[in-house]
Design a protein around this ligand. Structure first.
Ligand code: AKG
Ligand code: FE2
Length: 275
């Protein structure tokens, strides 16, 4: 293993170093999206798909409509509803491009400028008081994700407290990992109880994006706020960093390949070349 601590990062511009430091210290950053109009269009498209599925007119205030979706969709209908919205999104080839552009500057600083992106966006809709669609404490890296992946988590409404998600900061994670044997037999309830006092509930207002390391423990609990949570999430990684079970070409797709890499990948030594 390369002892990376020995390598200076001093060639990075100061403002990039500052973002790196924040990401490494906190395990996440929350940044304003790069193009607020694009975000508004994406949210309006999602509200439109939801309205279409419910057979009602396009709402005038998409944010309020999404916040109040629990007045129209109950837990029993939630899964079918979510599927209809995500299928509609997936059918629009421009949506992934939009998603990337919203976080591109931060991704290029934290991950790189030759990137692979998850092919499917994930949608999360958490109705107030509903315990049927929770994601209990986990780290994606435990289940087939590469430790080189970063999640871009995009709220479509203001998310805070239990309407948002929790993340265990790196220092606390390191302490719990050193003592992990204790949890090997434990269920997620016990694991959450052990970290509960140390997790951070991320305050992610509409108009911002959260980038976090899925190597850290995170998850959600029952939404105790009065409004519904809507968020999308999608993984990005440096194209040439190691993959785990989420493979390139299946789960991930290259989105920004540079000229030198194209030349390198296409290159073959001439057949009779010796020495
Ligand atoms: O949205 C959440 O509450 C959890 C998201 C999550 O687990 C992930 O994006 O890896
Ligand atoms: Fe996760």
């Amino acid at each position: 293993m390369l002892a990376l601590d020995r390598y200076p990062t001093g060639f990075l511009p100061d403002e990039e170093t500052a973002l790196h430091r924040r990401f490494l210290a906190d395990g996440h950053v929350i940044i304003p999206v790069a193009d607020p109009d694009r975000l508004d269009r994406l949210r309006a498209a999602i509200a439109g798909l939801a309205a279409h599925h419910l057979d009602i007119a396009m709402p005038e205030a998409p944010g309020d409509f999404l916040d109040a979706i629990h007045t129209r969709v109950g837990p029993a209908a939630l899964n079918g509803f979510k599927l209809a919205v995500i299928e509609g999104l997936q059918a629009d080839a421009g949506v992934r491009r939009d998603y990337f552009e919203l976080a591109r500057p931060a991704l290029e600083v934290l991950v790189g400028n030759e990137l692979a992106m998850q092919r499917r966006l994930n949608l999360s809709v958490q109705l107030p008081g509903d315990d049927s669609a929770l994601l209990p404490v986990h780290a994606d890296v435990w289940n087939g994700d590469s430790p080189f992946e970063v999640v871009v988590w995009l709220p479509l409404v203001d998310c805070h407290g239990s309407k948002s998600m929790f993340l265990l900061p790196p220092a606390a994670q390191a302490r719990h990992e050193a003592d992990f044997q204790r949890y090997s037999e434990a269920g997620t309830d016990e694991l959450f109880a052990a970290i509960r006092d140390e997790v951070v509930w991320l305050d992610v207002p509409y108009g911002t994006a959260l980038l976090f390391s899925q190597n850290l423990m995170h998850g959600n609990i029952v939404n105790g706020e009065a409004e519904t949570r809507w968020s999308l999430n999608c993984r990005f990684k440096s194209l040439f960093s190691p993959y785990a079970s989420n493979r390139l070409g299946e789960f991930f797709e290259p989105i920004t390949i540079r000229a030198a890499s194209r030349l390198g990948m296409a290159h073959r030594m001439p057949e009779d070349f010796d020495e």
